[in-house]
Design a binder for this molecule. Structure first.
Ligand code: GUN
Length: 282
């Protein structure tokens, strides 16, 4: 029997725990989200983030800027939020318009408020094993894996994708859980041989149904980070669910797998940022 890893249920439990922790504080955490331009998918994400905050008792602010905003103007907004003691988390929704440099914008965020965990200070802390803010999607994947497997020690984890947002931080997290980690990417040779070695396979490449059953070892645990829309408008992952679920011991569905975990981990990061700021930890 293949276990369908119910990210929605795991995320709901995490959100309930966060809500309870938030309720214990007299003052409340506040997340500020900056949205530049009018990418429709980004608008949906930002709306979902605000709704999730409200439900957990976390305050949120939304700053909408036109696509024509200069990078200097965006950086001024970031600085204002950095210095605002009532804001504990800052998220600049990506992608930014083509004339902006997302790395420079991320670098301007106070690392203590960097709830995406994208700032080099947080990436560095993750790399050396110091406490910091960890990117939400890999953090959510790890939570699902630990919920299902308990200890991950000694497992061979194979990650498809080497992005700064998912692949690289996922590798660091799994290393810290004592996995043996392989990162595969578009130039990897003999890819299926690599993926067939995985006890844990994480797919984060943005290619619909790319991972098929013949690429997966019998009994592997498969985490699908992909969110792709087919020409018919259906959401599918990077994993071909039907063929892979025939060989995997456990698999996350799309939708209802990692997506809800990412939002829950954003709330968790906002709470962690709030706690370390009010307790003067960082
Ligand atoms: N766009 C898509 N996913 C993300 C994310 O996790 N963080 C930000 N800032 N933008 C995104």
């Amino acid at each position: 029997m293949t276990t369908i890893l119910d990210g929605k249920a795991i995320a709901a439990a995490l959100r309930a725990a966060i809500k309870q922790r938030v309720a214990a504080y007299a003052s409340k955490p506040c997340l500020a989200v900056i949205l530049v331009g009018d990418d429709p998918a980004s608008h949906v994400y930002v709306r979902n983030k605000a709704a999730a905050c409200a439900e957990a008792g976390i305050q949120s602010r939304e700053i909408r800027l036109p696509a024509t905003t200069s990078e200097a103007e965006l950086l001024r907004h970031v600085q204002t939020l950095n210095h605002d003691d009532n804001v504990h988390g800052i998220l600049v929704q990506l992608p930014l318009p083509a004339h902006m440099h997302s790395l420079s914008v991320i670098a301007a965020i106070d690392p203590r408020k960097d709830v995406d965990g994208f700032h080099v200070v947080n990436a560095g802390k993750l790399a050396v094993g110091e406490k910091g803010l960890v990117p939400c999607t890999p953090k959510g994947c790890l939570h699902v894996l630990r919920t299902h497997l308990g200890s991950l020690s000694g497992k061979h984890a194979v990650i498809l994708g080497r992005s700064n947002i998912v692949g690289k931080p996922m590798a660091q997290l799994l290393l810290s859980e004592h996995c043996t980690v392989t990162i595969c990417h578009s130039k990897t040779q003999h890819l299926a041989e690599e993926t067939r070695r995985a006890d844990i396979l994480v797919a984060a490449i943005g290619k619909p149904k790319f991972v098929t059953g013949d690429m997966v070892k019998q009994g592997a645990v498969v985490i699908d980070v992909g969110i792709n829309r087919t020409p018919e408008g259906k959401l599918v992952g990077d994993v071909d669910f039907d063929s892979v679920s025939a060989v995997a011991s456990a698999i996350t569905p799309v939708p209802g797998g990692i997506g809800p975990m990412t939002i829950a981990c954003l709330l968790q990061n906002t709470l962690e940022a709030y706690e370390s700021i009010v307790n003067h930890e960082a």
